[in-house]
Design a protein. Structure first.
Length: 210
């Protein structure tokens, strides 16, 4: 089943709340720095998927003002916020499952917490599509909630909204990257706790196209 319409509706509904909660990305600064530092050319073209209110975009541009960033998202209200927060970046409405429609190539792809809204197959397809869009030695950054994929399912928020969330596993994500010509440069995990004090493991993979 395609849950994307529900995802769009919820993220449009709570765009401002999401911005307030997630604009601070300091927990991930070291991984964003690694991504930026390993793109060695000047004025690199970066594709950001599921950019939300432009929280990651903002940090990347603070780290490297020479980045030429195209931010994409499915939620129009998220894109409105992203434009306000990042007047020096470009943003457009695009489903991350349709990036093969893009006619340009990039030096880096930022995919921050897009995968929780993609099935295992869609996540694997994304690796393949990304490889075709990246220039040689281009980097991809992937972050997602890590757990057994079988635990994926509908989660209900405190406000009563239901959203299908996918958990992903390092093994098949890494395999998909390697199969599509990537060399994994960095694997890292960040541990946080949700509102119910349950442990949440965030998996970060950074890979280079050989």
């Amino acid at each position: 089943m395609d849950y994307s319409k529900n995802v769009i509706a919820i993220f449009d509904k709570y765009a401002a709340d999401y911005q307030q909660k997630y604009m601070d990305v300091s927990l991930y600064h070291d991984t964003f720095d690694f991504f930026c530092d390993n793109i060695i050319i000047s004025n690199p073209k970066i594709l950001e998927l599921a950019c939300g209110p432009g929280n990651i975009t903002k940090y990347l541009l603070e780290k490297r003002s020479d980045l030429d960033i195209l931010g994409t998202d499915l939620a129009p209200k998220m894109l409105d916020l992203a434009r306000q927060n990042n007047p020096n970046a470009t943003f457009e409405l695009l489903d991350c499952r349709a990036i093969s429609s893009l006619k340009v190539h990039f030096d880096g792809i930022m995919c921050g917490f897009c995968l929780p809204y993609l099935s295992k197959k869609e996540a694997e397809n994304l690796m393949s599509d990304a490889a075709k869009l990246l220039n040689k030695n281009g980097l991809i950054y992937i972050s997602t909630m890590e757990d057994n994929h079988s635990k994926s399912g509908i989660q209900k928020s405190s406000k009563g909204d239901e959203l299908f969330m996918n958990f992903h596993e390092e093994k098949y994500l890494s395999e998909a990257l390697i199969i599509n010509g990537f060399e994994i440069l960095k694997t890292e995990r960040k541990i946080t706790f949700d509102a119910s004090n349950n442990k949440v493991v965030d998996l970060i993979l950074i890979a280079k196209l050989k």
